[in-house]
Design a protein around this ligand. Structure first.
Ligand SMILES: Cc1ncc(COP(=O)(O)O)c(C=O)c1O
Length: 391
């Protein structure tokens, strides 16, 4: 039998490659984005109670009503966004399902989707499975600023969707309102939808406010915004996220969602709803919590040769290692795994056309001891390589 792959050139992601090498060399894996600290015991208790009380059968496909109400309240409190929880919110299997279901709902064969590099790795395969094609526009370090002339030039009659991400992983920058105003002007009068990946909505630093596309009066009508409880509650493994859109867009989204995952684990939804009722502002502590970790990490790395780029949001930090070596980032990250015992993620694989940068991504959603140990290993590696260069 002959099999024709729908994604023939999709191999193992950079995350899997790095994780495998980290295990092989017993290196600390501080590249990938998951917390290594415990969750709030109250959250665990709320989920356990829901399970013990028999809330274990299929949930309503769109999400349990009390969770959707809690999400609507959070959107209002955190970002001043008012939505109808019945018609505009669907609970999904992580943000990943929300991204996938939006793309399947909106992208037709032959459509084009604008994606900005460096891009989260699930966007392109989802577009291709829908029969679409990604047009990738680079955002380049150190500013990762939008080049709207390139955006205008990339628009065609076939453009159907634009995917944006703020705060941005892995660039670690957060858009300001002017980016959205320009995007609104560029898209005005065109049938193009926006998929806004806002999973790091609560981790913006130095007094910045998150600029949700949903809060933009003109863009809101054409936007699907995607969020993640995995990021907000430190539970990436629970796979609970949600999508928010106007009622007509949400109706299309739900047509796909119901045949994709149908509904999300009932005790998790009920437990999160209970938790948010008791701790409705738990999210408001995240920015301070992660900003302190960002600052700890940058202090620990001062003068080490791993120079931190400014991180405006997310729980990642880009490190410029060009003072240490001219080696490419994929090769150097492998060397760090073998010689420093630290696994970091190279930036260039997030681009279709890989730029010649010397940047690696580290995740600071880790216990202080983990950050201290990783920084120590990186410092010792840098000292050893400086010594051997002099020898
Ligand atoms: C930019 C971005 N979008 C989406 C996701 C996926 O979120 P979830 O784990 O809720 O599926 C991630 C996870 O790392 C992410 O960094």
């Amino acid at each position: 039998m002959s099999m024709r792959s729908k994604l023939p050139d999709v191999g193992t992601t950079i995350f899997s490659v790095i994780s495998r090498r980290a295990i092989e060399f017993d290196a600390m894996n501080v590249g990938q984005g998951f917390p290594d600290f415990p969750i709030d015991p109250l959250l665990a208790q709320c989920v356990t109670e829901a399970m013990a009380q028999g809330q274990n059968q299929y949930a309503q496909g769109d999400g349990v009503p009390e969770l959707r109400e809690a999400i609507a309240a959070k959107l209002a409190d955190a970002h001043g966004i008012m939505v109808d929880p019945r018609a505009s919110i669907t609970v999904t299997c992580g943000a990943t399902e929300a991204l996938f279901s939006t793309i399947q709902a909106m992208v037709h064969p032959g459509d084009e989707v604008l994606v900005f590099d460096p891009a989260y790795d699930s966007y392109e395969p989802a577009v291709r499975l829908a029969g679409g094609r990604c047009i990738r526009i680079p955002l380049l370090p150190p500013s990762f600023a939008f080049d709207f002339d390139r955006v205008r030039a990339a628009l065609t009659e076939r453009t159907r969707l634009v995917i944006v991400n703020t705060p941005h992983n892995p660039a670690c920058v957060a858009h300001d309102r002017s980016v959205l105003d320009t995007l609104a002007e560029v898209l005005r009068g065109r049938d193009i939808w926006i998929l806004s990946d806002e999973v790091y909505e609560h981790t913006v630093f130095d007094g910045r406010a998150h600029t949700s596309v949903l809060a933009h009066p003109e863009l809101r009508e054409r936007t699907f915004a995607v969020f993640s409880f995995g990021k907000t509650l430190h539970v990436t493994g629970w796979r609970v996220g949600y999508c928010v859109a106007t009622p007509p867009l949400m109706a299309e989204f739900r047509k796909v969602h119901q045949f994709n995952t149908f509904s999300i684990a009932t005790p998790l939804q009920r437990g999160i709803a209970r938790y948010l009722k008791q701790r409705p502002a738990s999210w408001s502590e995240l920015a301070g919590f992660f900003q302190r970790k960002r600052d700890l990490l940058t202090t620990l790395l001062e003068g080490s040769g791993f120079r931190p780029l400014p991180t405006q949001g997310t729980y990642f930090q880009l490190l410029d290692y060009s003072e240490l070596t001219d080696q490419d980032d994929v090769g150097f990250s492998d060397r760090l795994i073998r010689e420093a015992g630290v696994a970091l993620i190279p930036l260039s694989p997030f681009y279709r056309e890989r730029p010649d940068t010397r940047l690696l991504r580290i995740c600071f959603a880790k216990r202080d001891e983990t950050l201290e140990a990783a920084a120590q290993r990186l410092r010792e590696f840098a000292l050893r390589s400086a010594a051997s260069a002099l020898a």
